[in-house]
Ligand binder design. Structure first.
Ligand SMILES: [Zn+2]
Length: 169
């Protein structure tokens, strides 16, 4: 590993994170192990590693069970015009329903991301060129934009080929 990479890793570790290096097969196995054991973790992995996890995880049956669907052109446009996020491109999300009746999908998810982390962080996550951010069993719940309650049904997404999640159940 070159010195620039080591310095970048040192900065990440300095923020109380860890960087683990392994060949693709072992990285994928580590993600699968966390998922199957219900552990919460965020993996910053390569596109190839993410593709391997996603093709294993997103079976036709699971896509149907979780209600994953392509984010429509209209919703993408609304994300762009109302939230100021550059077109997220080909993306998938399910639409879950809060007890108050409101729906939570891609738009609400990005809106919550901006509220909690700021627009710059959302832009940066969707603009990554190498890393795919894979959240496994996310520890934070979706929050309904209408009633501010937490929605306990899992929201799932795979956005801009850069950001997605997997859940044990
Ligand atoms: Zn609600």
């Amino acid at each position: 590993m070159d010195s620039a990479s080591l310095n970048a890793i040192d900065a990440v570790v300095g923020n109380d994170h860890a960087v683990i290096s392994a060949d693709d097969g072992n990285v994928v196995a580590t993600v699968q192990e966390a998922l199957c054991n219900g552990r919460s973790a965020t993996f910053y992995i390569s596109s190839i590693q993410a593709a391997a996890v996603k093709s294993w995880y997103w079976t036709p049956r699971r896509i149907k069970e979780r209600g994953m669907e392509p984010v429509s052109r209209e919703e993408r446009y609304r994300i762009e015009s109302d939230l100021g996020i550059r077109d997220i491109g080909t993306s998938y999300s399910n639409r879950i329903r809060c007890e108050c009746g409101s729906v939570y999908g891609a738009f609400e998810f990005i809106q919550q991301g901006i509220r909690e982390h700021g627009k710059d962080a959302v832009d940066a996550a969707l603009d990554l060129t190498n890393a795919y951010i894979l959240r496994v069993n996310p520890a934070t719940d979706p929050v309904c934009a209408s009633c501010q309650e937490r929605i306990l049904v899992g929201h799932e997404y795979d956005m801009a080929a850069r950001y997605g999640c997997c859940r044990s159940e």
